[in-house]
Design a protein around this ligand. Structure first.
Ligand code: NDP
Ligand code: GDP
Length: 339
């Protein structure tokens, strides 16, 4: 039997690496799109021991001709678009770049599929950030989308384009509305990785304290390796559909800090308010966490809390890894780097 062929854009990112591992295990021929001037980052594929098992091709979301070439010649059964300017924080300083990559980049892919590869199934990485501060409890596929950052607005454009191409051109394309998902391979700029990496550095005397912004926002954090499984399941359905993928639990950033700190053996006590708030380790009396206003965002998503009942019912998907198991995986990875 011929192998299924999949293109993963953003193969050098967190989800790209875990998805490549999953598809290889399922017997796919995996092609990974990597942009020119990439972050030099086969490191995640190396960490998973699969760097020699995927074919890497140049793929730049800003380059229409490059996208057409890759998609026309690739004869892919499935394309997973994971490439993006994915950091909300940077989207405020680069709103135009973020829109060009995350919004128009997706239209470039959809147009290439429409004209040159109509049978290819397409997955788009949508995001819970699109909910913004919509006034509802747990967020599902029917919750109004009210994005508040350039990142979320760019992703919302792509989300609706996918919807439109599905209806107008009968293309199998769908969006996974994924809530925050983390792993030892998460980018350093995201809050979970920053917390876990910097607390390890404090523990091993490489850094004096962890410095954060708003510790009162709530996030629904899951494990990346669980979530890429849902992406694959979406493309195996008879009908293209959008799904919310979440852990169904929500915690403040501060609660995440406390859990990670406890795992490392700190006993934190919080004092003060606003930017004067800090966390002191009762054992050593050292200030372990400080607040700095430079990490606050111009607009904030205060509360994310997903409801994945639809994925559970139709995809038979549910998360396998809870927050404590996730924190353990991430902390153990950092500790192993010091040993
Ligand atoms: P990462 O930031 O780890 O990976 C993003 C990937 O996109 C990297 O491979 C990056 O390449 C690539 N990329 C960036 N710009 C371009 C470009 N112009 N052309 C081609 N490739 C580009 O993200 P994640 O793996 O965490 O997330 C995967 C996707 O899921 C993203 O689209 C993200 O927005 C979305 N998402 C993620 C969530 C999460 O919690 N992780 C939640 C919801 C959605 P390079 O290595 O060179 O920078
Ligand atoms: P996001 O949900 O995609 O924005 O994921 P992040 O991991 O970047 O941020 C999650 C939350 O942590 C947001 O509410 C941030 O404002 C908050 N946060 C607090 N301090 C920091 C920090 O130092 N870095 C980051 N990235 N986020 C922080």
């Amino acid at each position: 039997m011929t192998k299924k062929r999949a293109l993963i854009t953003g193969i050098s990112g967190q989800d790209g690496a875990y998805l490549a591992k999953l598809l290889l295990k399922k017997g796919y021929f995996v092609v990974g799109g990597e942009r020119q001037n990439a972050s030099g980052s086969a490191w995640r594929l190396k960490e998973l021991g699969i760097e020699d098992k995927v074919k890497i091709v140049p793929f730049e979301l800003l380059e229409e001709n490059n996208i057409i070439d890759v998609i026309r010649s690739g004869k892919f059964d499935e394309i997973y678009n994971l490439a993006a300017q994915s950091f909300v924080g940077n989207s405020y300083s680069s709103p135009i770049f973020t829109s060009n990559v995350n919004a128009l980049g997706v239209t470039r892919i959809l147009e290439a599929i429409r004209h040159f590869s109509k049978k290819t199934k397409f997955y788009q990485a949508s995001t819970s950030e699109m909910y913004g501060n919509s006034k509802s409890g747990r967020q599902n596929e029917f919750t109004p989308l009210q994005p508040v950052s350039p990142y979320a607005i760019s992703k919302l454009y792509a989300h609706w384009m996918v919807n439109m191409y599905r209806d107008a051109y009968d293309i199998f394309c769908c969006s996974g509305i994924l809530f925050n998902h983390e792993s030892p391979l998460r980018g350093n700029e995201f809050v979970t990785k920053k917390i876990i990496k910097d607390l390890a550095r404090v523990k091993y005397n490489e850094l004096s304290n962890l410095t954060l912004g708003n510790v009162y926002s709530k996030r629904d954090w899951g494990y990346s390796e669980d979530y890429v499984g849902a992406m694959w399941m979406m493309l195996q359905q008879k009908k293209a559909n959008d799904f919310v993928i979440s852990s169904g639990k929500t915690y403040t950033v501060k609660e995440f800090v406390n859990k990670a700190a406890k795992y490392y053996g700190f006993d934190l006590i919080w004092q003060g308010k606003g930017i004067n708030e800090k966390a002191i380790d009762k054992n050593s009396n050292k200030i372990v966490v400080k607040i700095d206003k430079k990490y606050f965002r111009p607009t904030e998503v205060n509360f994310l809390y997903g409801n994945s009942d639809k994925a559970k019912k139709i995809l038979k998907w549910s998360p396998k890894t809870n927050i404590n198991q996730l924190i353990k995986k991430m902390c153990d990875y950092e500790i192993s780097r010091f040993k």
